[in-house]
Design a protein around this ligand. Structure first.
Ligand code: MRU
Length: 338
């Protein structure tokens, strides 16, 4: 099993996703600022995984805090790391709620309970993903290829994955499928992480560059698309890795179902539509360089939004641990949370 993140006696241990697939190395964060930096620099990434990391960062920070007054600063530092995935804020809020219930208790008890809450969030995430997998597997056509974008696998979660969880569950149920993985420029999560993960589980994977997706969606070989999500608005608009929107439009054009797999913690029903989702802008070097090597002239002007929003009309269904939501999403998503 791939261990994305773990709480240990020496600190929060994460597989270093910036080094995969060349090296399988692990980073140990020994204070909360290191956890925040690991999220920002994408040593750990993926919406549910950064939620777990933030919860563990808070627990770690409070082990070392000299006074309870440091709690807010620890939470705020972790909240400033990445703006789009709502799971980060969901996890911080859950830790804040627990802390406010415990505030009058002795500091040793508060520390212990924050650690067990963070560990609980990690374990729940794995169980939720297995459930998303069970709910989504029946949607996957047998004997066809499945296209995915970015990495919504074990590495993007505490384990098993959301989109890749659906694929894992479909394979476990006996379906003969293989995966087309978009390379996912500029950070190459598809090439570096999704293909690595699928090879690890012996699930056949074919790597394509992002601009090949339309060609293969038109070819009749792709039975469906399954992706993860970073934030889903009340109307079913989905923020996910940049390039997801293009894949969704191409899927609809070619009558290929486009499924989003995500936990309930990825829903942000406080937002009426996807235009309100904050989109992270990342460094120009991610676009001008590939793995540290320049591919554009010095001084090139760059835009680097890390996510885009797929309007709900392109989304065939949203698979969660509580069931499968279909349009109209304003009603079906609300029903899942009540
Ligand atoms: O920038 P990243 O790598 O954190 O982006 C990850 C994605 O966009 C994933 O598809 C999303 O977080 C879902 S992960 C289960």
């Amino acid at each position: 099993m791939i261990e994305t993140i773990q709480w240990t006696d020496s600190g929060v241990v994460m597989i270093d996703q910036t080094r995969l697939p060349r090296e399988e190395t692990y980073v140990t964060c020994t204070d909360y600022k290191q956890v925040a930096e690991a999220i920002r620099s994408m040593v750990i990434r993926g919406a549910p995984a950064i939620g777990v990391a933030a919860a563990m960062g808070i627990a770690l920070g409070m082990q070392q805090a000299e006074s309870a007054a440091e709690f807010d600063e620890i939470c705020d530092t972790l909240a400033r790391t990445r703006p789009t995935a709502v799971n980060l804020f969901w996890a911080i809020e859950r830790m804040r709620r627990l802390y406010s219930e415990l505030q009058a208790r002795p500091i040793e008890e508060i520390r212990a309970k924050l650690v067990s809450e963070a560990q609980q969030i990690r374990l729940e995430d794995i169980a939720i993903n297995e459930c998303i997998g069970r709910n989504g597997a029946p949607l996957i056509p047998d004997g066809k290829s499945v296209l995915t974008h970015c990495n919504a696998g074990a590495l993007a979660t505490a384990g098993y994955g959301t989109a890749l969880g659906v694929i894992r569950a479909a394979v476990a149920s006996g379906k003969k499928i293989d995966v087309f993985a978009d390379e996912t420029r500029p950070f190459l999560q598809g090439a570096r992480l999704t293909v690595w993960e699928l090879q690890h589980d012996n699930i056949p994977a074919t790597l394509i560059t992002d601009n090949m997706a339309g060609h293969f969606l038109h070819s009749g070989r792709i039975g469906c698309v399954v992706v993860g999500a970073d934030r889903i608005a009340a109307n079913g608009d989905v923020a996910n890795k940049i390039g997801t929107y293009s894949v969704a439009v191409l899927a609809k054009e070619n009558s290929v179902p486009f499924y989003v797999a995500a936990p309930i913690s990825t829903l942000d029903l406080s937002l009426t539509n996807g235009d309100q989702i904050p989109i992270e802008q990342r460094a120009a070097e991610e676009v001008t360089h590939v793995q540290g090597v320049p591919v554009a002239p010095d001084g090139t002007t760059v835009e680097n939004p890390a996510f885009d929003v797929t309007p709900n009309r392109y989304v065939t269904a949203i698979v969660t641990e509580r069931g499968v939501a279909r349009p109209p999403y304003v009603e079906s998503l609300r029903k899942l949370v009540t």
